[in-house]
Design a protein around this ligand. Sequence first.
Ligand code: SAH
Ligand code: SF4
Length: 357
Amino acid sequence: MDALPCLLEYSPEALTELVTGLGHKAYRATQLTEWIWKHRAADFESMNNLPPDLRQYLAEHFSLRPLTVVEVNQSAVGATRKFLSRLADGHLVESVIIPAAQGNGGAQSERLTLCVSSQVGCAFGCKFCASGLLGFTRNLTVSEILGQITAAEELAGERIDNLVFMGMGEPLANIDNLLAALTLIMHPKVLNIGARHITISTSGNVPGLRRLAEFNRPIRLAVSLHGASDDVRSRVMPVNKKWPLSQLIPALQSWRRTAKHIITLEYILIQDVNAALPEAEKLAALAASLHAKVNLIPYNKVEGLPWQRPTEEHCRAFCRVLVRHRIPVTMRYEKGHDINAACGQLRLRREGGSAGA
Ligand code: SAH
Ligand code: SF4
């Protein structure tokens, strides 16, 4: 692994500029794009319809792999797989492949969802989250975001259908790289994953939300709410002090006006923090005002953190309050608990932390 700039970062248009700038015809860029994105070439030598001098130049100046998969963990339940990748500077990031049955009647097929990381660590320091515990190291580059997808496709031997930005990091705090990565992810000649198959999860980064709204694509938005009042939310999410509900809610309302999809409010149920039934009433009122749906997530235990999941019976009672208020609600029991691949459990255990080898 070297630190050369990675060609996964280049759109087909940028590849055309690069290749024509080197004195080659534009159709060479089309061939190069196909080698990268259709054939997933791992080296330049194999690009046998490109002129040798172009191949040699590219090999000297660019890489094709921004990360190396160093560990794969398979969950005993279902086929969820977590993989750990080493970046060129030695840092490590995690991604999770989650298969889900799709379709009805006889025509069942598997769809693959990939949970991607957007940063090494996270600066937001939510008190319940394994990534928050790590602190912030750095943003992922565009190619490191894309590289997780291509690595997952190589591991799975098939294409990823859905993407969720719910791995390590706060995607909207890495907004420039996120938007550039999304543009490539959706590009028909690159990954060609539709905006409707992409979910961005945010802890409520208000300026980032505005930028994402201006981007103006029908991407799905999930908001980590975890508290329906400032009191409760600030207790576990320091970000709420910077962008309290009085700023977050109007930002979500304006998102709702421009976006084509309803918002999902994610709400982890943590015993003695946010799971009392009066909180469910507040959550219902907030969800109703945003016409949002709610995803309840019984807390996943994180080693070293004191929080507990309420009993299943209590989680159901909390859920029933929302149902009574006619809020669309789902309760998510995570896949991949046993390999710490469930939400908020992503944390690097190798060699003592995020700094990698
Ligand atoms: N930073 C973004 C995306 C990554 S976290 C965000 O916060 O939305 C993905 C989801 O997992 C978030 O909803 C997060 O709040 C949740 N999560 C974090 N720790 C968790 C835990 N221990 N149990 C269950 N969900 C958790
Ligand atoms: Fe960061 Fe999201 Fe974890 Fe909060 S929940 S620390 S924003 S990754």
